[in-house]
Ligand binder design. Structure first.
Ligand SMILES: *Cc1c(COP(=O)(O)O)cnc(C)c1O
Length: 370
């Protein structure tokens, strides 16, 4: 008998996406146009910021956010050592030097560790709102203010997440991804939000060859544009985002209730001052658990439960970064420990109650906590 698979993510494209895409095709205007403008408008409004600038992916969004600050070679960006590699690649692509502050138990930069990574070359602090939970922004912004550094939030996984009652996206610049597996998606796409009129203006120039009007160039720019076809897909999903986020939150709550009190196992909880949007539901398997992390991972895969390790290593712990002249490998012991412990489980909005029960029962059984 074959076991029913529970996938780690499930994508649903509906009639609204079809309708809006068809509208774009029939309009004959496939490049950036009214759909991109509409996406920017609704996205900025929901994140309570003045501007959202759409670009062709989340990595580009990060690159543009750094480029627009006109850093000099050797200027430093302090970021999280526990993130998707795009965070680091974007810093390097923009010509800056990367440094790292260790993470806390919320998987994000530990605000109290930021100061130790700051030098007189620090120009940007780039927290990553990992798995859909905002980093602890108060100490991070205090540290940034103390040296006059800008903040760029990597909110690729955190659409509509919040910190102390305020949506992410407004601490300086924030970047979002619309990649195919993100909470809001259109295959490839990205957005940068900011309340700064000057930065928004320069981002719009940068994304369009530095051009204000046809053949009037104000800076050396690039082509970072999103298309109306992609914006139509994202807009089609937009109407469902609040409900699908609420379903993720419900699913995370049920999983954590079910997975409570297992020896050597930590189920995730939202910090009380954060609005967590559960892009990933990530547990920790400690050395004292009945199975090792990798044994549990293999056993879950065998039982048809989709799972993944985000991320298996500290982001700079590869030869290509260890030897990179613009990467400074700071001491981040907690990130190294956590990379050995994490497993992400299904939390997507289309999980059924019986699938959640099966995930809980399987893990309790495997870890001897029936
Ligand atoms: C997905 C992601 C990115 C990059 O976004 P793309 O749209 O894939 O380029 C950057 N940072 C983090 C944390 C991500 O998860």
């Amino acid at each position: 008998m074959s076991i029913q698979q529970i996938p780690i993510t499930k994508l649903v494209l509906g009639e609204e996406e079809e309708r809006l895409v068809l509208e774009v095709i029939r309009s004959g205007q496939l490049a950036s146009g009214p759909k991109v403008a509409e996406l920017e408008r609704v996205f900025a409004e929901a994140h309570e910021v003045k501007h959202a600038v759409a670009v062709n992916n989340g990595t580009t969004a990060l690159i543009a956010a750094v480029e627009v600050l006109n850093l000099q070679p050797g200027d430093e960006v302090v970021t999280s050592p526990f993130t998707f590699v795009a965070t680091l690649n974007a810093i390097l692509a923009a010509g800056a030097t990367a440094r790292f502050a260790d993470i806390g138990d919320d998987f994000c930069i530990d605000g109290s560790k930021v100061e130790a990574a700051i030098t007189d070359r620090t120009k940007v602090i780039m927290p990553v709102h990992l798995y859909g939970q905002a980093a602890d922004m108060d100490p991070i912004s205090l540290a940034a203010e103390s040296v006059g550094a800008s903040i760029i939030e990597d909110a690729a996984q955190a659409h509509l997440a919040g910190y102390k009652g305020r949506p992410v996206g407004a601490w300086g610049q924030a970047t979002f991804s619309l990649y195919a597996t993100k909470n809001l998606m259109c295959g490839e796409g990205g957005l940068i939000t900011t309340n700064d009129d000057g930065i928004a203006d320069r981002l719009r120039l940068l994304r369009n060859q530095g051009m204000r009007q046809r053949y009037q160039y104000e800076m050396a720019g690039n082509n970072y544009r999103l298309t109306d076809l992609q914006a139509a897909v994202a807009l089609g999903q937009w109407g469902r985002l609040a409900a699908s986020t609420a379903a993720r939150q419900t699913n995370a709550g049920l999983l954590t209730d079910g997975l409570d009190g297992i020896e050597g196992f930590i189920a995730p909880r939202a910090e009380s001052d954060r609005h967590h949007v559960w892009h990933q539901y990530t547990v920790r398997v400690l050395p004292e658990a009945k199975l090792s992390r990798d044994e549990l991972l293999a056993a879950l895969a065998e039982q048809g439960i989709g799972c993944g390790v985000y991320y298996p290593k500290v982001v700079f712990d590869y030869d290509c970064y260890r030897t990179h002249p613009d990467v400074i490998a700071d001491d981040v012991p907690h990130a190294f420990a956590i990379a050995q412990q994490v497993i992400s489980l299904p939390v997507h909005p289309y999980l059924t109650g019986s699938e959640i029960d099966r995930i809980v029962t399987t893990i309790r059984g495997l870890l001897g906590a029936n």
